[in-house]
Design a protein around this ligand. Structure first.
Ligand code: SAM
Ligand code: SF4
Length: 341
């Protein structure tokens, strides 16, 4: 461990983990709460954390500043649904200052889009230029089924507001066997008509849900068959800092991203760590190992952050070990809304 800690980074070098990977991307789950209940993400009766356990906005801002001083260049705000947190706009403004000063290359957001209509212009004004919006179906009934009651019209209104505000949008779609397979082509055409990119994601076994992951899992090689039938996929060098591999599609402007945690592991290039709303750092989405930054910060201030950050870097696993086999337990007890996507 001592050696591993020594190989972890210094401020001038940026941060490196024990496997030599540069870590410069922080995802922050600003709340575990959400106004939807997507079937692959949460159980129907999801228990949310008590509010007293959640980091305050000021704490998130200070912790993020320290991470930036250590070499983080990109921050993505996620959740839960970040836009349901009441003081979200203040947090975005505080973090946006780092973009304006040049300390951060990028501040982005993952959102379900339900509240986007009222936030889109504000996001642009604080310095965001690119956001990811989750949309698993255009068909109102399928959307309501997947989200357990959501209204797709709200998301579509949010997307229009984002476009008007000048935000670049990437639609994220989790491919679900027998549920939204026939939505993938309409979603692609929708993206083409709006100037959005589209990324497909394989479902990951995070937390207990009502359905067996084995039944839900649709490998992307299969999910893209209808796209392949109409367009050739041409690999691109384009990257956005995350795990997606991008392809151009003949005849279309929309780029197609593929995130394949199950069928094609991408951990070798992982540059990410995650701060939860409870103040924990997880170095891998698929492992339980974490450090409790909130306790250290409340006890020792910024010095406490540095010590734990070094410990976290030294313990980042080489890879996740996701399995959706029928008899496999979930990789973590945590659902995705806790860790942030
Ligand atoms: N609420 C926001 C949203 O839906 O975009 C942000 C948080 S959500 C957890 C972030 C991303 O994780 C979304 O694209 C969502 O579809 C994806 N996601 C959630 N649970 C997942 C799972 N078990 N496997 C794969 N992707 C998942
Ligand atoms: Fe909420 Fe996003 Fe999870 Fe859906 S994927 S339940 S919108 S946090």
């Amino acid at each position: 461990m001592a050696n591993a800690i020594e190989t972890a980074s210094t401020a001038s070098d940026g941060m490196r983990d024990q496997h030599g990977r540069r870590i410069d991307y922080l995802r922050i789950s600003v709340t575990d709460r959400c106004d939807l209940r997507c079937r692959y993400c949460m159980s129907e009766k999801m228990q949310f954390l008590p509010r007293r356990e959640i980091l305050t906005l000021e704490e998130i801002a200070i912790i993020a500043s320290r991470f930036i001083a250590r070499g983080v260049r990109r921050i993505r705000l996620s959740g839960g649904e970040p836009l349901v947190r009441r003081d979200f706009a203040d947090l975005a403004r505080a973090l946006g200052r780092h973009v304006k000063s040049g300390a951060l290359d990028e501040l982005t957001l993952s959102t379900n889009g339900t509240q986007l209509a009222k936030h889109a212009q504000g996001l642009f004004d604080v310095g965001m230029r690119r956001i990811n919006v989750s949309l698993d179906a255009l068909d109102p009934d399928i959307f309501a089924h997947i989200t357990r009651g959501g209204d797709v019209a709200q998301v579509l209104a949010g997307l229009e507001a984002a476009r008007t505000a000048g935000l670049k949008v990437k639609i994220n779609t989790v491919a679900l066997r027998g549920v939204n397979q026939d939505q993938i082509l309409p979603l692609l055409h929708f993206c083409e008509s709006r100037g959005f990119d589209l990324t497909l994601i394989e479902t990951m076994p995070l937390g207990e849900i009502e359905q067996a992951r084995a039944d839900q899992y649709l490998p992307l090689s299969e999910a893209i068959e209808p796209i392949r039938a109409e367009h050739e996929l041409v690999p691109l060098d384009y990257r956005t800092g995350g795990p997606a591999r991008y392809f151009a599609l003949t005849g279309l402007k929309t780029r197609l991203g593929l995130i394949t945690p199950l069928s094609e592991n991408f951990c070798a290039g992982c540059n990410r760590m995650r701060l939860t709303c409870q103040g924990r750092i997880y170095m891998c989405l698929g492992h339980e190992a974490h450090v409790d930054l909130k306790a250290a910060f409340r006890e020792k201030g910024v010095a406490g952050i540095d010590t734990l950050l070094d410990r976290a870097l030294a313990t980042k696993p080489i890879a996740h070990s996701f399995s959706v086999a029928r008899d496999a337990a979930p990789s973590t007890h945590r659902h995705m809304n806790v860790t942030g996507g």
